[in-house]
Design a protein around this ligand. Structure first.
Ligand SMILES: [Zn+2]
Length: 418
């Protein structure tokens, strides 16, 4: 059983799901004016500084001409200040993001909404105060995207930089510059000797760059999702063709990319240039999960799908991995009939609870608890030490999970006959 379940802390999957749900909700909200406030607070920012900033904004808001907007902005800021009282000197790990404002509720009405997201999956990078007609969700969206660890190497014959791409964040780590002489030789040197020295210097530099990359990436080779190499031609080609990199790193190279700069900015350029390759990589992991599921489904009994069967297997502790579609946005309602048969029905969010006839005895069943179906299943999974994977619908088998299997499936540890 995972330690997450033991100490009552929600698992990362679960937290991500909850964050995603709040973000989806926030994306739907609109303010009728510039009145939705978002604050990103890094973990090393003193709460008292944030309170001071919010107080300042509150007083500046008194200059807003529209009375309604002014009141709404000030109400939002007051609500944020109230929330900040719950914290001591500093925010929790990775910081906090607070959203507050009066959103359109239809019919000219507004609703005051405040949401606090603590400890996002990656650290909040810098303090941001944002007041607009939408909530600022993009920085959090980026953190929510699939993690992934990629090694970055950019080089020409003059300089090189290595670093990481962690999730969507580029992290420069080390750089080197070469003593490779330019193409023009000085007077007095023989052309042949000059060319030889120059090639030697280039070779030495490639070795130095490879050492720098090996030192950084070899210890992480089992966590690496791939390596991107960039630079002008023919440098990057010479570097890769010359097998300078450790062979295990060489095998992880996903591609080489033409980029103009090889300073730190080159690390960002290479990530831009590799967008398509990176998008494929995200889906590759999901594809593997679904392929394994279909294989088990076709060759034996170690697969389950649909809400009822998967839930039963989860309760038995027989599910190794729970596969949930990222597009699964439904509730589950529990029913009990007069003969005490418990059954469930999947219901669309914000739709009324339907009537339910017991499939065992045909009696009318009473609705009980209504819950988000994903949270319901993750709860059981956590208690049974089952891993949860969210599967995108950006590929055929991912779509099938949603359309043909109701968005819910599982790979089993052993056959259960359920
Ligand atoms: Zn019944």
């Amino acid at each position: 059983m995972s330690s997450d379940a033991d100490d009552g802390q929600p698992s990362e999957d679960r937290r991500k799901y909850e964050f995603r749900k709040v973000l989806d909700e926030l994306d739907e909200f609109e303010g009728s004016g510039t009145q939705l406030v978002t604050i990103y607070i890094p973990e090393d920012k003193q709460i008292s500084d944030v309170v001071a900033h919010v107080t300042q904004e509150h007083s500046e808001a008194s200059n807003i001409k529209s009375k309604q907007t002014r009141t709404n902005v000030q109400d939002a800021l007051t609500s944020i200040k109230d929330r900040l009282r719950y914290y001591d000197t500093y925010p929790p790990d990775n910081g906090i993001v607070i959203f507050s404002g009066a959103v359109n509720a239809g019919g000219g009405q507004t609703d005051m909404v405040t949401r606090v997201l603590e400890s996002p999956p990656e650290p909040v990078q810098s303090f941001r105060y944002h007041c607009d007609s939408d909530f600022l969700t993009e920085p959090l969206e980026e953190m929510m995207s699939d993690k992934g660890l990629f090694g970055l190497i950019v080089l020409d014959r003059r300089e090189a930089n290595v670093g990481w791409l962690k999730g969507k964040r580029v992290e420069p780590v080390k750089s080197a510059s070469s003593l490779v002489p330019g193409k023009q030789r000085k007077g007095g040197q023989s052309a042949q000797r000059f060319a030889r020295l120059r090639l030697e210097a280039i070779d030495n530099f490639y070795q130095e760059v490879a050492e720098m990359a090996n030192d950084l990436m070899v210890p992480e080779r089992h966590n690496l999702d791939g390596i991107l190499v960039g630079g002008p031609s023919p440098t990057k080609d010479e570097f890769l063709d010359g097998d300078y990199l450790h062979h295990e790193l060489q095998d992880k190279v996903l591609g080489k990319f033409d980029i103009a700069y090889t300073d730190e900015s080159g690390l960002y350029d290479i990530v831009d240039a590799a967008q398509e390759v990176l998008a494929d990589q995200e889906v590759v992991k999901d594809k593997r999960q679904m392929e394994e599921f279909f294989e088990k489904l076709h060759t034996g009994e170690q697969a389950t799908y649909g809400f009822d069967e998967t839930r039963q297997n989860l309760m038995m502790g027989s599910v190794e991995r729970l596969l949930l579609s990222e597009d699964l946005h439904h509730d589950v309602v529990a029913y009990t009939c007069p003969n005490d048969h418990d059954e469930f029905e999947i219901v669309e969010r914000r739709h009324d609870v339907p009537e339910h006839t017991c499939t065992t005895c045909g009696e009318e069943a009473e609705p009980g608890e209504r819950e988000d179906v994903v949270e319901h299943l993750i709860d059981i999974a956590e208690q049974r030490g089952t891993e949860t994977k969210f599967i995108s619908t950006d590929f055929e088998k991912g779509e099938q999970l949603m359309d043909a299997f109701g968005g819910i499936a599982g790979i089993l540890r052993y056959e259960t006959g359920v």
